[in-house]
Structures are given as structure tokens and as C-alpha cells.
Design a protein around this ligand. Sequence first.
Ligand code: GDP
Length: 297
Amino acid sequence: MAFEGLADRLQSTIKKITGKGKVSEQDVKEMTREVRLALLEADVNFKVVKDLIKRIKERAVGQEVMESLTPGQQVIKVVKEELTALMGGEQSKIAVSDRPPTVIMMVGLQGAGKTTTSGKLANHLRKKHNRSPLLVACDVYRPAAIKQLETLGEQLSMPVFSQGTEANPVDIATEALAKAKEEHNDYVIIDTAGRLHVDTDLMDELEQIKAKVKPDEIFLVVDAMTGQDAVNVAESFNEQLDITGVVLTKLDGDTRGGAALSIKAVTDKPIKFAGMGEKLDELEAFHPERMASRILG
Ligand code: GDP
């Protein structure tokens, strides 16, 4: 399960304070020290932890807690609200263009789960929003990537637009848009190329596609298990492309939670979806509040 380590630590810290009829400043100090350590151990960005602890402290020794009848529980409420805010507060919805099709560009490093997530997202849009997406294979550097997307399309009985490995990705994306209009596909999901590292060639190509198709969403797909590396990757992609949201994959295998808790604060871009497994229905809309509840038990 996601966040196991962090959840265990925070829950035992919190148990110590929940039942208290009176919460002293010393109690708050001890609690925040443990929360701080637990977050750092979970690989949450150092500065993010510092700011969060400061806010929790200010509120926990404030009036709303001290004058409450159940101060212990009130402190937990503060922690939960702050964790929720840290992950973006409200759930961030997917864009809907008033001039269909809505165009979503999927970007990220190789192996992050971009192609799988493109399929999952198409499935999600059809199942939950009654949409008919067109998947577009723009990773022309890896024939296997095109094949992978085509296989996903077959599994989902959904159309996949591809022009093999010879065509230019910008042209493929442009023609895919025309095709979607013709076929009345209301979403276009463009699976772009990834590299092992962030490099200028990759970014140039993505910028060109972006300039041409003017996407409504640019989703960065990052692997939650890579912790702060995922956060750094998100910073780079955001600087170059001004992404609109993040999809965190492999949250099912991430026992720490550092990326999930840091990305919004560091990039100011919301986490829109979380990948919870390899199967095509294992994609969840990301709800900060539910996630905070999961962590705090
Ligand atoms: P890409 O190179 O970014 O297109 O990555 P792929 O879509 O090929 O995914 C790389 C690997 O990660 C594959 O084995 C996927 O099945 C796996 N994967 C993707 N998303 C998830 C997820 O949410 N959970 C788990 N456990 N595996 C995932």
C-alpha cells in the first residue's frame, strides 16, 4: 500500500496526542518533531517539510486548538488539513475544451509509465466521463512504444493514430487532431517520446508539439517510487513546458510518499491522477483529502 512507512509513523505519533484533554506547547513541540522526522524519512523535500511544520505549529498552539473541548483531536485535524493543502487542497479536475477535441499531451521520462497511463486515461475518460478518446503514438524513436500503444488500443477497443517511425512527431500530432475532428473523438491523448534523462532534444521536440497542437492539458507522468528525483524531473519539465498537472505512477509500490507530498508545493502544479497498478483500470483521480486521510488513518 502507498505510504505504509509514513502512515505507520504518523499514526503512532498521533495516537499519543489524540486522547489528551489538554495539549501543552511541549506536547505540540514533541508531536511536530516526530512528524518532521517521519516526513523527512519519507523523502519529502526539506523545505516543504520546514514550511509545513511551521504552519502546523502556529495553528496547533493557536486558539482553535487551545479553546477546543477535544484539543488532541483538534491538533490531528490541523495536521490533516495542512497535509491536504500541501497536496493541493481541492481535487483538480481534467480540462474540457469548449472547442473539442480536448487535447492532452503526455510527457515524461522513459519508464515512468507514460504509455500505460495514456491507455489508462483513455479508459478513465470513456468509463467515468462517457468520452471517446483517440490515442496518438508520437514516440517515433522506439518502435516498441508504438506497438505497445496499439496493443493497449486493441485491449480497450479504442482507436490509435500512428504513422510508424518515419514520420515527424509534430506532423503526426497535427494530423491526429484533424483525424479526431473528422471521427468526432472528443479527447486526443498524445503519447510523446521519453528519454532516460531530461535533455534539450527531448524538450525541443515537446515544445514544438506544444506550439503546434496547443494542448488543453500537459500531463507530466512521473514514477512515485523515485521520490525526490521525481520532484526534480517535475521542476525541469515544468520550467520548460509549463505543465498543467502531474500523474504519479506506481503509487501502489511507493511506501514512502515523498513525491506525492512534495510535487505540488515545489512546482505549484496539481497531481491530477495516481497510478495504482499495472492494469488499465488502476488509475485514480487524485483526491488530496482522501490521500491525507489514508496517511493519517
Ligand atoms: P513509458 O516508457 O513511460 O511509456 O512507460 P510504460 O508505460 O512502458 O511503463 C513502464 C512500466 O511501468 C510497465 O511495466 C508498466 O506496467 C509499469 N507501470 C506503469 N504504471 C504503473 C503503476 O501505476 N503501478 C505499477 N505497479 N506499475 C506501473
